[in-house]
Design a protein around this ligand. Structure first.
Ligand code: ZN
Length: 281
């Protein structure tokens, strides 16, 4: 396991942590301000959300690399299954194009919920696999890997049919594409006593590691994530599980926190991120 107590060269910012940098959420920093602030702190890179990028993928990607960092990933495709998924995969393909434009190799996928007309998750997972089988080659041609992010089971129904790393691997195995893998997010998996085994099975299919903390008392299921060290997740054990499986990539801080961290000065948030990463992650 890597030792980060004096080193945060693997630390990356997911811009959700700064309230998506959009007006009304966080301080509304532009991508350029975020890039400069992360570069000034010696971070590895940044993960953007599609709505921040618009038509400027190539320009923003170049700006990140000129600042000495990488675009670690892009969040995310539209839902692929469930009532809120688009009728076709055009928008999903456009998000693959955007990732390629940014020059990042990782595009995150949140599956979407249970497919209309079905019950439970298994049938939806099969439908998800069918659709991913048609997307994966398109992504591979553009140098993009697709990272399925399992979500905490409380997001079942309308947001996900993948609740565990094991679920995501089941879909990966159904598809069999070399560029399809898993993103492991502390917020979603911290409770899973089988996580270590699942990660070992995932091996080099682990494409991302997302950091935050699970607060002992969560006030809002979506928007009350904790800063690392403020909650009850065993951060070192989770990172050990991921790294012992072979993961050696960036550690991406992704904190949705409408009532706390999004209310603060982004510079303070970034400084605390660096400090906590070294101290408790
Ligand atoms: Zn995540």
């Amino acid at each position: 396991m890597r030792n980060f107590s004096n080193d945060h060269s693997a630390l990356a910012l997911n811009t959700a942590t700064l309230g998506h940098n959009l007006d009304g959420r966080g301080a509304g920093w532009s991508p350029e301000q975020v890039i400069d602030a992360c570069a000034a702190r010696g971070m590895a890179g940044i993960v953007f959300w599609r709505r921040e990028i618009g038509p400027r993928a190539v320009e923003i990607g170049e700006r990140v690399r000129a600042a000495g960092m990488e675009v670690v990933g892009l969040c995310r495709t539209p839902y692929i299954v469930g009532a809120e998924a688009p009728r076709d995969l055009d928008e999903a393909r456009a998000s693959i194009d955007m990732a390629a434009g940014l020059g990042t190799s990782i595009l995150t996928i949140v599956s979407g919920g249970t497919e209309p007309g079905t019950k439970g998750v298994l049938e939806s997972q099969k439908i998800l696999a069918d659709r991913l089988a048609s997307l994966a080659p398109y992504a591979a041609e553009r140098g993009v890997k697709l990272a399925l992010e399992p979500l905490n089971p409380m997001f079942g129904g309308n947001r996900t049919v993948l609740m565990t790393v094991r679920d995501a691997l089941r879909v990966c195995e159904m598809v069999g594409a070399p560029n399809l893998g898993v993103a492991v997010d502390v917020y979603h998996v911290w409770w899973d006593a089988d996580l270590r085994d699942s990660c070992a099975r995932a091996g080099d299919r682990i494409l991302g590691y997302h950091l935050c903390d699970w607060l002992e008392t969560t006030r809002d299921m979506l928007l009350d994530r904790g800063m690392m060290g403020d909650g009850v997740a065993d951060l070192k054990a989770i990172r050990a599980a991921v790294e012992d499986a072979g993961y050696a990539g960036a550690c991406e801080v992704e904190i949705f926190s409408a009532a706390d961290w999004w209310m603060r000065d982004p510079a303070e948030v970034l400084d605390v991120m660096v400090e906590r990463f070294r101290a408790v992650c």
